[in-house]
Design a protein around this ligand. Structure first.
Ligand SMILES: Nc1nc2c(ncn2[C@@H]2O[C@H](COP(=O)(O)OP(=O)(O)OP(=O)(O)O)[C@@H](O)[C@H]2O)c(=O)[nH]1
Length: 798
């Protein structure tokens, strides 16, 4: 049977489900690097009719990896959002996320606005380190798993599913399992399709015609009947643990016959279990061979939530939230209130700054005045577009649940990643009709950026180029807030910091080749920090205007231990610094605040002072301060005629600096980033690798395990070990072949903690230690004080 591709590109207009939010799916594709996310996305676009030809990662011509750096390196660097239709009635907004740990921030910000995820697993590698990480980050979001690369020798569907259960602590619902061709005396079995457990069918794809799928019913005389019966029994039993309706149907209508439960009933039940995060539907395929992608798309619309079934973001106010099929999400019972969040900013060479937003409630209209409740900026929005990777389609409005893009000159200075946007649904300039205290100050909790671990100095080639350099760096940071820039006050040197070597390498590439900045970029060095061992002495001040307050600076540890409910903690930056305000019990309630300067503005001024003072750095080597707290006490007797926030900023900044100066150099410590490293190496290379890790890399080895051995899984939950043992799984025949042909060359997984400074250029080191057979993955674990014997070496090399 030739499966129809649903529409062709030119007909494929913006979301099919304009009026029906229940037919909308906002999903992300997440996984470890190289699992096949982009390859799968490319097939989804083709089979949905969105594209006319299939692009390939290895040829650098996929739709979603459109940056030159992505195409040349064959990896995803930034999340790409694309909109397409499925089954003629469902609209899918899909975000293909990067797998490399250096781009974790891209994944985090995408997950903020997604309602469901497709997790791609490599059937040979199993559940890999970054998959575990992103799975954790996607906690609470319903997920489907796709066991990809079933065509590869060594693929193990059941082994991978078992790992999934134990490592992710989830029950599984096997929607389909792999089907192989019958081996002959001269041919090995090859992966050719799937056994659809729900619909009791076998689907076989035709290698020579990607659109052609052979579909046959599994009858009770079929060789697959017994297998299907066991799988159905297992599926219905798992579903029954959560779904009372299914139990009732199974006993009363199906008369206890697992094969008699109709597919619609099972689908409904899988959806229920998936939305409740009770279990994960699992499918398989080989995207590269175009196998299994259409059933995966069916599963996306059948088993993942619509925006009104998805979890809602956390708001700063506790307002009533209602959902309806017609209006989507309604906040504060106000049908005219639109609430959206910006989650990504890009600079397009033709369209300029583009801000991706997810509309949670109401309708966002082009040309309307909107309010950024995070920054207080009010501005008129330009055109709204929906993106099809790098192709834009203009739309008049974006409704509750939709993802789209704000364009126009006003957005560049007024919206950043993470900001909340408020608008009136109906009136072009209707902000004044919204409630000031509750609606206009409504904020969705922002996206926290992880700390940078590497930096590189950037210098303009000529002095006259400094301004252009600064503009290029701001453009880069606007797009990627996980990059940071700082200027050393003494030397005037500009430092660009990022999440890893690759992250900075890509930033440098973009700076030089995309933004044409005429700059020189220095070598990549570790982003060290400093912290305090003791608290500063107390600074007391009464300003010229009579504003009185006290300040001291403390190590975070001490402040956390002494924390009490009369303190207001404000998170300052990804360096784990805080501003703590001791609340005067007599302080007037916000609503009765009698002063001209609002309380929030005072706090913001103080936050800015803290940032500047902490960035100036410690006394050991001027590294920025980390894990520090500025504690403020005030009687809030502000002169009623005081209107200047700048005055407050100036005083608080000088007081924090003075407080820091009271601490002796010996009471500052240097902190270094420590990385969680996971290595996959062959048994024969393990000795050399371990020697290097514990010697040159100063690593602390946490565990050594056989790959795919889940029995020693560190965080294992006994319940899920038992579930994994009891789960019916078919035998892995390609795995058997792989074991026979490759003997006993089992991979070992080494987990270790290592200072990032010792892991610089580790990719090439590991390549030479293992003759290219090893791989590793590393992510930020935390900051640690540097031991005194290493301080001299660090300072010498810096
Ligand atoms: N044999 C086989 N190879 C595949 C399959 N799917 C993907 N690949 C290959 O795996 C490699 C990685 O594929 P990608 O689609 O770039 O993987 P990714 O997860 O998007 O990678 P990042 O975004 O960089 O993390 C490419 O060489 C693909 O051709 C498959 O089903 N079978």
């Amino acid at each position: 049977m030739r499966l129809p591709r649903l529409q062709i590109w030119s007909q494929c207009r913006h979301i099919a489900s304009k009026t029906d939010v229940t037919k909308l799916r906002n999903i992300g594709i997440i996984a470890h690097i190289d699992a096949g996310k982009t390859t799968t996305t490319e097939r989804m676009l083709y089979f949905s009719g969105k594209t006319k030809r299939i692009g390939n990662v290895d040829e650098g011509d996929t739709v979603t990896d459109f940056l030159p750096q992505e195409r040349s390196r064959g990896i995803t660097i930034q999340s790409a959002a694309i909109t397409f239709n499925w089954q003629n009635s469902f609209g899918i907004n899909l975000i293909d996320t990067p797998g490399h740990a250096d781009f974790t921030f891209e994944v985090i910000r995408s997950l903020k606005v997604l309602d469901g995820c497709v997790t791609i697993l490599d059937a040979v590698a199993g559940v890999e380190a970054q998959t575990e990480k992103v799975w954790g980050q996607a906690k609470g979001i319903p997920k489907i798993c796709f066991v990809n690369k079933m065509d590869r020798v060594g693929a193990g569907f059941s082994r991978t599913v078992k790992e999934l259960i134990v490592k992710m602590n989830t029950r599984v619902l096997l929607v389909n399992i792999p089907v192989f061709s019958q081996p002959t005396s001269s041919t090995e079995p090859t992966f050719e399709g799937v056994l659809d457990v729900v619909n009791k069918k076998i689907l076989r794809w035709t290698p020579t015609d990607v659109d052609h799928v052979n579909i046959e019913d599994v009858e009770n005389n079929s060789p697959h009947w017994n297998e299907l019966a066991r799988l159905r029994e297992s599926l219905v039993e798992t579903l029954s643990e959560h779904d009372e309706d299914l139990v009732e149907y199974f006993l009363d209508t199906a008369n206890g016959d697992y094969m008699a439960v109709p597919p619609e009933q099972i689908d409904r039940s899988i959806r229920k279990c998936s939305l409740a995060n009770f279990a994960t539907p699992v499918l398989c395929g080989a995207s590269f061979r175009n196998i299994g992608v259409q059933p995966l798309l069916d599963a996306v619309v059948k088993y993942l939530p619509s925006p009104i079934e998805a979890r809602l973001p956390e708001f700063n106010h506790n307002l009533p939230v209602e959902v309806s099929n017609k209006r989507g999400v309604v906040v504060n019972k106000n049908h005219n209130l639109c609430v959206a969040q910006a989650f990504k900013v890009i600079t397009d060479p033709i369209r300029g700054i583009m801000v991706y937003v997810r509309v949670y409630a109401g309708v966002l209209n082009s040309g309307f005045t909107i309010f950024n409740s995070t920054t207080g900026a009010k501005f008129k929005v330009g055109k709204l577009v929906v993106m099809h990777a790098n192709v834009a389609e203009e739309v008049k409005q974006l409704s509750s649940g939709e993802i789209g893009v704000l364009t126009g000159s006003t957005v560049s200075e007024n919206v950043r990643t993470g900001d909340t946007i408020i608008a009136h649904n109906m009136k072009r300039d209707g902000l004044r009709s919204l409630n000031k205290e509750k609606e206009l100050s409504l904020k969705i909790n922002s996206i926290v950026t992880p700390p940078p671990v590497f930096s590189a100095a950037i210098e303009p080639r000529t002095l006259g180029n400094r301004r252009a350099m600064e503009e290029s760096i701001s453009a880069l940071i606007r797009e990627d807030p996980s990059l940071r820039v700082s200027v050393d006050e003494e030397s005037g040197q500009t430092l660009l910091s990022g999440m890893g070597e690759l992250h900075l390498e890509i930033a440098k590439d973009r700076l030089l080749n995309e933004l044409n900045a005429d700059v020189e970029v220095g070598k990549v060095v570790v982003s060290y920090n400093e912290t305090l061992n003791i608290s500063s002495s107390l600074q007391k001040r009464i300003s010229e205007d009579g504003y009185h307050f006290e300040i001291c600076v403390e190590p975070l540890e001490a402040a956390t231990e002494a924390r009490n409910e009369n303190e207001e903690w404000h998170y300052l930056s990804n360096d784990d610094n805080y501003l703590v305000i001791e609340k005067d019990t007599n302080r007037l309630k916000d609503l009765d605040w009698p002063y001209q300067i609002p309380y929030d503005s005072i706090v913001n001024a103080m936050l800015s002072s803290c940032l500047v003072a902490f960035q100036r750095g410690g006394k050991k080597a001027h590294f920025p301060l980390h894990s520090c707290v500025v504690r403020v006490k005030s009687d809030w007797s502000i002169p009623s005629d005081l209107t200047s926030v700048t005055q407050i900023l100036k005083i608080s900044k000088s007081m924090i600096m003075e407080a820091l100066d009271t601490i002796a150099e010996t009471d500052y410590s240097i902190l270094e980033p420590i990385m969680n490293v996971t290595l996959t190496v062959k048994q024969q290379d393990m000795g050399q690798v371990l020697q290097d890790l514990t010697g040159a890399c100063k690593a602390n080895i946490l565990s050594i395990e056989d790959e795919h051995d889940v029995s020693s899984e560190q965080n294992f939950d006994l319940t899920f070990q038992t579930i994994a043992e009891e789960q019916y799984l078919p035998s892995d025949n390609t795995l058997d072949r792989a074991n026979i042909s490759s003997g006993s060359s089992i991979n070992k997984i080494i987990k270790a903690l290592a200072p990032v400074g010792e892991m610089v250029s580790y990719t090439s080191k590991l390549r030479s230690l293992t003759q290219g057979r090893g791989s590793y993955h590393m992510e930020y674990s935390g900051m640690e004080k540097v031991t005194s014997d290493r301080i001299t070496t660090i300072l010498e090399n810096y």
